[in-house]
Write a protein that binds this ligand. Sequence first.
Ligand SMILES: Cc1ncc(COP(=O)(O)O)c(C=O)c1O
Length: 423
Amino acid sequence: MSDFDFQPGEDFAIAMDERDPLKGYREQFLIPKIAGREWVYLCGHSLGLQPKATAAYIEQELKDWAELGVEGHFRAKHPWVPYHRLLTEQTAELVGAKPVEVVVMNSLTVNLHLMMVSFYRPTRARCKIVVERGAFPSDQYAVQSQILFHGFDPATALIELTPMPDESCLREEEIESLIERLGDEIALILLGGVNYATGQAFDMARVTRSGHASGCIVGFDLAHAAGNLPLGLHEWGPDFAVWCSYKYLNGGPGCIAGCFVHERHARTWNLPRFAGWWGHDEQSRFEMGPHFQPMPGAEGWQLSNPPIVSLAALRASMDIFDEAGMERLRAKSVALTGYLEFLLNHNASAKFSIVTPREKERRGAQLSIRVAQHGRTLCDALAREGIIGDWREPDTFRVAPVPLYNSYHDVFRFVQRFKAAIG
Ligand SMILES: Cc1ncc(COP(=O)(O)O)c(C=O)c1O
């Protein structure tokens, strides 16, 4: 519910932008234009915009590579061997973790598989995985393939949490009651922190508590939560979490991803895991010995030496997050999304409905708008005018005002154009 006294006129949007303490951050991003006018880009839930500083961060590494070749591993301005550590403190801060619990590596689905190799250990009695119905397809494929890999059948081992009839979102108490009911058959609970289709944010502390009370492993896919919501992973206590960095984190297309492993597993050396040399104890990594001894904590799951150019792009963005601060970003995000909801409701029509929960605790920046008919055509037509959201089959138009670079006026313009296009 909204705590704000929103007004429908354009002057309100202009006044809100003027007094927005974070308004200067928009200047730090490259906003695409159409006919000289900036797009209304409400698609940071899919691919965040490019910080202007990204090019300089990348150019530094290209320069060091050009001038130093292999010596750059140790003599670059920011030596490449420990380069990923430049992101550790900021990443830990971002997801509410201890530094030992986080690492940036690989991409999201790869990290999800690596985590399941270690944390999905099914037995005949306890082999099930719980996901939300309509989880992102990559997650569905990943969990199904892990179930098959262990010789079980997804038809019986995969449980999908399904909203009540006529509802779009899950109720937390339903999640709890399913866990209580089937708890001793469940090996792993894997939920999105924020569901990609509905925009529903889950109470991750509560899910973790109830999963652990039933002896289950709990993991989260934070693709739509990292950089969107303040997170407290260490305190909430899930066993693992994974996320990508190209949505709210603005790292760029396919940017290196993040991974969290709770401290309680940091030194569990006998956990099965798929190993690679970058996860090996750094003191003896270059002795090139044949026996794998993992680093403590999340770094022990690394496989390969990381892509420096991708890490450089992520640093550019994480420096902005660090300065702006997640709490301040969240405060603006709650207001911006509340304003979007207010304007949509002000222009209510039977032709669309908002499926994202109304309570701010149960959502992030994104609103998912169900469009009764011709939704994709509408989304494509708006995109041609530089009004950018995205379409998810069968009927969902997703839009997310992002507090770093979106303005209240963006939201105002979006609703004007949306209203005109839907007729
Ligand atoms: C919720 C969710 N999970 C997983 C993925 C897949 O990510 P990747 O292709 O980086 O592995 C996405 C991509 O958009 C996503 O939204």
